[in-house]
Design a protein around this ligand. Structure first.
Ligand code: TRH
Length: 377
């Protein structure tokens, strides 16, 4: 009989919580032949990533995953063999009681946020014993040996590389989105939170030596963009031109198409957790807008990743790249660091692919979870 997995996801805000858990659920079903129930408390966010989903259904099957609306009143449910509590989302009391009563204990895993900080390897896989006798294991995704790795479908890199070898596929994908970029223009995607640094970046691109076409999926950065363009709206399909910069809004596309968008661009600005990882798998230069945490805890996380990422770049390229990321996350002026990054473009581009292939040598997160379970039983 297949092992059963329950994944619990509470959508705190935005799309990262459901983005990660939906991706993990699909991969477990597709590659590890397990039965997965995904419990989500906000189906609207789910529908954004998987548009054929029904935002009103209490239960539905999507790509082999049994997706449930996380009920307000929990009735006794059969506890799965493996229980994933994503991002400490707090399991329902009734479910915990059922876990306690289970004759064969379930493996209870708290799937943590991604961080490149040093302490992660020391905490990955550690148990925490609770007064009620239940044991919860802490599972940390990460970039280095000794962590749980990153979410990556087994064929992802091969699919991306096949897409890159097929210019017609790229053109067709972009044209379906209404994108007709100039030959030779830098194509950039922009997915970010509100950012006061945006105007200076746009100015720099508008004044640049070569054309840039900026693609902006619907989202939180739109207000800053409209303000700089000095327009009330940017309807889908229209292109606003300012100097060397053309700007186009895109619809929020399904999760699989967002990958293709990243693969189609020369540079991707991403945010949060899942798009950040996907941009790394795209093997292209990226700019990360990290999710802000209380007491500025996110700066430590940002700098830890940067230190790791730029290690193999030349000193001037590493400096330009680091300054760009720091400026973006501080909402500061981007002009100087953007122009510096442009000077090191070929090196940074080659490094992005190397980083991707190096990271792809690690076991992926789904694989690591399955192995963790096997070792546990
Ligand atoms: O949306 P995010 O900012 O998500 C989060 C949440 O805020 C969460 O609470 C926080 O804890 C976490 O960040 C760190 O960014 P993220 O993680 O990149 O999630 C976005 C998802 O949306 C990702 O799965 C990619 C997907 N996406 C699409 O499917 N289509 C699109 O057009 C775009 C722009 C994104």
């Amino acid at each position: 009989m297949k092992a059963s997995w329950d994944i619990f996801c509470s959508v705190v805000d935005n799309y990262g919580d459901i983005g990660v858990t939906w991706r993990l659920a699909r991969q477990l079903v597709a590659e590890h032949d397990v039965a997965v129930r995904l419990w989500v408390d906000d189906l609207q966010a789910f529908v954004a990533l998987c548009p054929e989903a029904d935002a009103t259904a209490t239960q539905q099957w999507r790509q082999g995953v049994e997706v449930h609306l996380w009920p307000q009143e929990w009735e006794a449910a059969q506890v799965a063999d493996v229980v994933i509590e994503a991002f400490a989302c707090k399991l329902p009391e009734a479910y915990l009681l059922a876990m306690k009563a289970r004759p064969v204990p379930a493996l209870w895993i708290n799937l943590e946020y991604l961080s490149a900080e040093d302490w992660v390897t020391g905490c990955h896989g550690l148990p925490s014993l609770r007064p009620d006798g239940l044991k919860r294991m802490f599972f940390f995704p990460g970039f280095e040996k000794g962590t749980g790795g990153l979410l990556r479908e087994a064929d992802l890199i091969a699919r991306r590389q096949a897409f890159e070898r097929d210019p017609q596929a790229r053109r067709a994908f972009l044209q379906a989105l209404g994108v007709y970029a100039l030959d030779g223009a830098h194509l950039i995607s922009l997915f970010a939170y509100e950012n006061t640094g945006l105007a200076s970046w746009l100015e720099a691109m508008a004044a640049g030596a070569r054309p840039t076409h900026l693609l902006v999926p619907q989202g939180r950065i739109m207000g800053d963009l409209l303000r700089w363009l000095d327009v009330d709206q940017l309807p889908l399909g229209t292109v606003e031109q300012r100097g060397q910069l053309s700007v186009q809004a895109l619809p929020f596309v399904r999760q699989e198409d967002y990958d293709r968008l990243l693969w189609s661009c020369d540079f991707n600005a991403v945010r949060g957790e899942d798009s950040f990882v996907r941009a790394q798998w795209a093997g292209r230069p990226l700019l990360w807008h990290i999710y802000q945490q209380e007491e500025d805890a996110h700066w430590i996380k940002l700098k830890a990743f940067l230190a790791l990422y730029v290690k193999d770049l030349s000193a001037p390229a590493a400096q330009a790249f680091t300054e760009l990321w720091l400026a973006w996350n501080a909402g500061a002026d981007m002009a100087h660091s953007w122009n510096a990054v442009l000077e090191h473009w070929p090196e940074i581009t080659a490094h992005s692919e190397r980083w991707c292939l190096q990271q792809a040598m690690q076991a992926d997160l789904a694989q690591a979870l399955v192995l963790f379970y096997r070792n546990w039983i």
